[in-house]
Design a protein. Structure first.
Length: 344
């Protein structure tokens, strides 16, 4: 990579950690970031481990001189750089209580070399399988070859090029997505249930296999996730289909599928369940009522999904009668809602 290219890398890194970013661990508020810097050519070096930078000034004072000191060479093995980054993460866990923090690597590369043990794809797959997300930025030669090669390394949708007009925003968006995650035992709502790399949303769902009446199910959901969970909302067909797929893929559910959702009638209006302190949104244009439903009855003010054929449809039922399994919903952990642990 040329000196100009290294300068662009430094500027991009410093822009990502702009004003307001908490760098280091010296904060009473746990929402902070640790940043390391690894450089590589024929060999890899750790210029800064995860404990060196404790504020923004540390980053600005070290990134530019560290990158300018990188020697130019014909040999540049990304496998070495990724391997060193992996070691930095491993070393950074010693004496640290940050296991629930998400890990990401941003790779800036102007070449892609692979040979036997130096194939970066093997290292990248190992890192990704352990939960590390990889963002790549190709300083391409113009034919798109490097971008395609780095696509093998990158996590889904996180493969960029320095020619992207909105490169900085794309990297920042990727980092925001990485920090928007669901606790263990929750499923993150995304564009495609079957494609775990598809675009995620800030919503988590959790099918519950213990049968309860609708009110008991609502109370059980509300006592999950630090009191911030509720019975699942189905605002559109896509969300309904995703929830159904989550139910089908949860051991303990069997056909015909029947499960409570967070729709109920209050003061003559169908509303969606939310945490106690939130406003309860009314049912909008999209509905999924089964044939003959809703039944007009003051004693049938709750709603569940009931399978008919290959699909499930809404049927209203009693708040306190019968017993069905159900699906809870909550919002993701993110940079504003810090999660104390991945199992919370």
């Amino acid at each position: 990579m040329t000196d100009d290219g290294l300068g662009d890398v430094a500027a991009t890194l410093c822009s990502i950690v702009s004003s307001g970013t908490r760098i280091g661990t010296n904060y009473t508020d746990p929402r902070s970031t640790r940043l390391a810097l690894v450089t590589y050519n024929s060999k890899a070096s750790t210029n800064a481990d995860l404990n060196k930078f404790q504020n923004l000034d540390d980053v600005y004072s070290n990134v530019y001189p560290d990158l300018s000191a990188v020697a130019s060479t014909e040999s540049s093995f990304l496998a070495n750089g990724l391997g060193m980054a992996e070691k930095v993460f491993d070393d950074g866990q010693l004496g640290s209580n940050r296991a629930n923090y998400k890990k990401a690597v941003i790779v800036f590369a102007s070449s892609y070399q692979k040979s036997g043990d130096f194939d970066p794809a093997h290292v990248a797959e190992r890192m990704k399988s352990s939960g590390i997300k990889i963002i790549t930025v190709a300083y391409d030669r113009g034919d798109g070859a490097l971008l395609r090669e780095l696509g093998i390394i990158a996590s889904p949708r996180y493969n960029f090029t320095n020619k992207d007009n909105n490169l900085l925003k794309e990297i920042q968006q990727a980092i925001l997505e990485i920090n928007c995650f669901c606790p263990n035992d929750w499923i993150q709502y995304r564009t495609s249930f079957n494609d775990i790399g598809s675009n995620p949303f800030g919503i988590c769902v959790q099918p519950i296999t213990i049968a309860a009446n609708w009110r008991a199910a609502q109370m059980n959901c509300r006592n999950r996730k630090e009191g911030n969970a509720y019975l699942v909302n189905e605002f559109n067909q896509a969300k309904h289909n995703f929830v159904l797929q989550a139910v089908k893929n949860t051991s303990g559910f069997a056909q015909p599928y029947t499960y409570h959702i967070g729709l109920s009638m209050v003061a003559g209006t169908w509303i969606w369940d939310q945490p106690v302190t939130w406003s309860q949104p009314a049912l909008q244009k999209w509905t999924n009522w089964g044939s003959g439903y809703p039944i007009a009855s003051s004693s049938m003010s709750a709603v569940q999904n009931v399978q008919s054929g290959y699909q499930t449809y809404w049927q209203n039922t009693g708040l306190y009668t019968g017993g069905s399994k159900y699906v809870c919903e909550t919002y993701t952990c993110d940079t504003d809602k810090y999660c104390l642990g991945s199992s919370d």
